[in-house]
Structures are given as C-alpha cells and as structure tokens.
Design a protein around this ligand. Sequence first.
Ligand SMILES: [Zn+2]
Length: 170
Amino acid sequence: MSVEKICTKCNEVKPLSDYSAKFDGKYGYNSRCKVCELLRGKKYKEENKEKISRKNKIYNKKNKKKLVKARKVYYLKNREKELERSSKWKRENRESERVRINEWRKENPIKAKTSSKREAKEHVKNLTNSYMKKLLCRDLLLTYQEMPIGLLELKRTQIKLARELKKQAS
Ligand SMILES: [Zn+2]
C-alpha cells in the first residue's frame, strides 16, 4: 500500500498525512488534500455568505427557545460569579477598614475614647437608626440584616414616650 496519494484537485502527490480521514472516501481518505479542502471551504463561505447567514438565521429562529435558555443559563452562571466577586471584595474591604480604624485607635487612644463616647452620646440623644438597631438586636436577638425597618420607628416612638413620661414625673 502506498503511503502517498495524488490529490484530485491540485494533482500533486502528497503523503497520506496531508489528507484528512474520511469514512466514505476511497481508501478511507479524502480525495482532495487538506490545503485544497481548506481553500474549497473558504471559497464556499465567500461565495455563499448570504446563504450561510440565511441558514444561520433560520437555525436561530428554529432554536430560539433553546438559545434563549442557554444564554440565560450562561448569564445566571456569570451573575453568580459576579455577585460572589463583589461580596468578596466588600468583605475584604470591610475587614481592611476595620483594621485601619483599630490601628488609628491604638495610636490615638485618648482621642478615640472621647470621640467614640461623644459619638455614642449623640446616637442616644438623637435616637438614630443605628442606635435603634443596636437596642433591637439586643432585645430580639435579630441581626442588623434581619431587622424590619418599621420596627426602628416603633422603637423610637417607644423611647420618646418613655423619656417624655420620665420628664413629666420628675
Ligand atoms: Zn490538493
């Protein structure tokens, strides 16, 4: 058996490795060499641009549901990745912010003490959301994230009433 073969297109004798395997071809190989096949494919594409794009359009239309679903799956996968990435970034940044504040506190202990005391007093005096959250978290064993926003207002009203009553009693 010869290890070379003549191409039916360019009529050159070439080794079998220059032909692609083909089940229904003579001797199990394509009658045209790889170079000629490639050129033929290119030429066909160039000559049939419209036909191919029309075919693609028909394919897309026929498989619309499938394609939409595939795109959705891809999007969801990526969305999850994105969400994960951004939450990781937040986590890391929150941590570094905490480290930064703690370092400042260590370097400025007196300032830190008075400023945090003053801040805490302001929160208590003004009944801020974060103070309400702190109280509610302590009373209800909820996390900040779980806190229903309406509760803050209720708590604030309750404290205002209590303060008012205290003032009148004294
Ligand atoms: Zn050839």
